[in-house]
Structures are given as structure tokens and as C-alpha cells.
Design a protein around this ligand. Sequence first.
Ligand code: GLU
Length: 418
Amino acid sequence: MSKDNGGSSILAEILERLDVSDDTRKMLSRAQRRLEVSVPVRRDDGTLSVYRGWRVQYNDVLGPTKGGIRFHPGVTLEEVTDLARWMTIKCALLNLPFGGAKGGVQVDPKELSGQEKERLSRSFIRAITDIIGPDRDIPAPDVNTGPRVMGWMVDEYSIIKRQQVPAVVTGKPLPLGGSAGRVEATGRGALHVLDVWAGRQGKKPEDVTIAVQGFGNAGGNFAVLAQEAGYKIVAVSDSSGALHAAEGLDPAPLFEKKQSGDTIGDLGAKGAEQIGTDALLALDVDVLALAALQDAVTEKNAGDVQAGMILEIANGPVSPKADAALAERGVQVLPDVLVNAGGVTVSYFEWIQGRSGDYWGAEKVDSRLKERMLPVAQHCFDRAEEDGLTARQAAYAIAIERIAAAIESRGDSCYFRQ
Ligand code: GLU
């Protein structure tokens, strides 16, 4: 959660700036549905643990709601609400036929065995079954939930419904109807946005140095793809430590080791030294890619950032107060709702494939993702320049105008406004 303001100030600010109806302001000022559930899990030792979980559907005017489910000890209803609001903006910005949602369970998955994690995933789906579905609300992976968890979730839903329902969840394993390219999609989408930014700055990839905070699925894939595209990755970190090599490092072997269970704090690389995770945030690089959790940069450490641009690969990694302080210092922040939208965009492709039964190859997925992301990124940066806005303000303006047009076309669902 964005601790310094509850995470809704940017939405309120842009709603104020735009010429939208009162209906729109009222509809978007709060979530449509916030469901709190108990998630009972039988532990391997026979005892029962009951966790708190939530699913928040923020707004569905553009279509069924869409958004991930996270397992994390810090999850709260407020955080899930912020994340659902951001999904609403993200889907609208990308012009996907979806509203926004998010789910979360307050649990430390590191303390669970594999079987306990499976029971947890199935239990959470049982708890929220009544409000999800391919035409209602479609969960997906998020922090600490990947294809494996999505496989258990789609299976549980199909057991409850007594029929195969592949399109109820995205980010599934390939054999269960997942989409080619979904695992790398968030990192790949971030790279497309970076390419557009670099092109507009007249910078070549080889002249751009990047530090990557967070080396999970999104940050790891981004680092590998960016390095392949010619960018210079000079540092990577996870919660255990950071590696820095001024001459650049090869993230691919590190990511492979990380995926098989090693942590950055224990790894080495040619020409690289271990530095503190905070020191990574303060490196003198062109781009600081934030791919871990919310509030990595707050008003407390915003002054330490030396990078010229921040690429928000995680959701909400720059707090609103830090965002304002960075803007004042001329540090550009490319916003999460644009930068990490590759994930939900390929989720959309997976949903289409699940409904039609026509599965696409990786090339088609990747080229469709690129076709969608490049013009949206250009549009955001153009709008920011034309209206003297930050990229985040521009992204919100484009998204809200789209949502507003739908709200105003629909009326208030009882009586059309004259
Ligand atoms: N959890 C991801 C996000 O925050 C993906 C959501 C989805 O694919 O529905 O964008």
C-alpha cells in the first residue's frame, strides 16, 4: 500500500483536472465490491491454519474485472484495494475489455510446504468462487503466485463447476491452456516501454545503464531481455543482496540460478561486487528499474536516487510523495500502469485463446504484445508533452477518459442521464 496517502490521490487529482461527469467521479471514487474471506488450510501436521484473504473488484464498466492474486504476509484490504484500482487504470490504458480487480491472502508462503500451498490456493478459490468467472472476474498471478498456483486454481474452479473453464484464470501452465509468452510478458512489455522512451530521447540501448531492483519473474525476465536488446545491466538485487558491476553483468546465468533457488546475496559474477540493496537504489545509472514491491522509493530515500529515469515494473514502487519529489528534481518516472501492462495484455490474449480454443504460437503472442504496447507508450508520452503532465498523469488521463466514456454511455444502470 502507498502508505503516505492510501494510493488514491493520483486518481482524485486527475479526476479533478479532467472534464468528466459527476457520475464518473462518484463511480471511480470507491471500489464496487470488497469481499473478505477466511481461508482455512489443513497443515501437514494435522492442525488448521485460517488466513485472511480478500478479492476487490474496483470497477467493471469496461468488462469483467481482471487482476492477480498475491500471497504475502503484508497483504491488507487497503493494499488489495489500491492494486485493484491500479488494475482498472491499467486495463483501460491498454484498451483491454476489462475492469480492474485484485486478490490477496495474508500469508507467508515461505512457511508452507508445497502441499500446503496447493491447499491454500484451492481454499482461496472455493472462498471466492461466487464472484469470479470468465465473464465476471478473472484472476491471474501476482507476487508469490505463478503458473503452478494458477493450475491449482483453475482445476479447483473446474471441479466446483463440474466443467472445464480454462478462461476463469490466466497465467496458467501451458498444458492447462496457458499462453505462450505469458511468463516473460511483464518483462517484455517493460522493455517495449523502455525502447519507446530511449527512442524519443535519441539514446541507443548500449548507451543506457540499468540497475534492476527485484529479480523475480518480472525483474529477472526484464533484465535478461534488456541485456539481449543491447542495454547495459550494471546491477541486480533481491531481498538478500545486490550485485554491481560497472562494466555490466550478464543477468541470464544469474536468473537461471535464482530460479533454481539461489539468492543474489549468495551469488557472484565476473567483475561484480556485492553491495547493499539500498546502495543499488542510489547508483548513478541512467535507469533504475523497480521490480520488487510497493514503496521501494518513498520520501525518505527519494533524495538518494541518482538515476535519470525510474521504470516502475512492480506495482506502486514509488510512493506518491516520492513521485512528487522526483518530478521536482526532474527525475522521470515511467508509471507501473504502463510499464508492467505486458502481463495483463498477454493475460487478455490467454483469455481469448481459452474462450476460442485457438491457441497461438510464441511469435504471434510477442508480436501482438508489441503492436499493442508501442502505440500506447507513444500516446502516453505525447499526451504528457502536449498537456505538460508527468507520464503517470498522462496515463491516468487517457485511462479515465475511456472509463468515463463508458460510464456516460451506460447511464447509471437504472436511468439514462438526460
Ligand atoms: N498481476 C499482474 C498485474 O499486476 C497481472 C494481472 C493479470 O494478468 O490479470 O498486472
